[in-house]
Design a protein. Sequence first.
Length: 118
Amino acid sequence: MQKVIPSFRITDYTASKAFYVDQMGFKVDWEHRFEPDFPVFVQITKDDMTLYLTEHTGDCQTGGLIHLFVPNVDNWYDELKIKKDIHITSPPNEDIEGLRMMTVTDPDGNQLRICTRC
């Protein structure tokens, strides 16, 4: 089975780490820098979802979009709506037939669509 790991371009690792780890509940699996003051490349995981975060300008652009499929989007919404530093762009809805989804935006404008199949 193939596993795809999406990458998001970030511009401030401290802000991104606060968003993904402290607010969203991901954990840092590992961090890599070629030198101490160089851009970071990080792997984060929550449940069975893994993402790469990269400060490297050539890897990808900011403002990406991914879809994360979870057992219950409403549980995620209930957990995230009380977090002051989470920007919920769109609360749970069924705008696309067969999906209940919400959208969260990170500090760099990357969008996470959190989805549950109906």
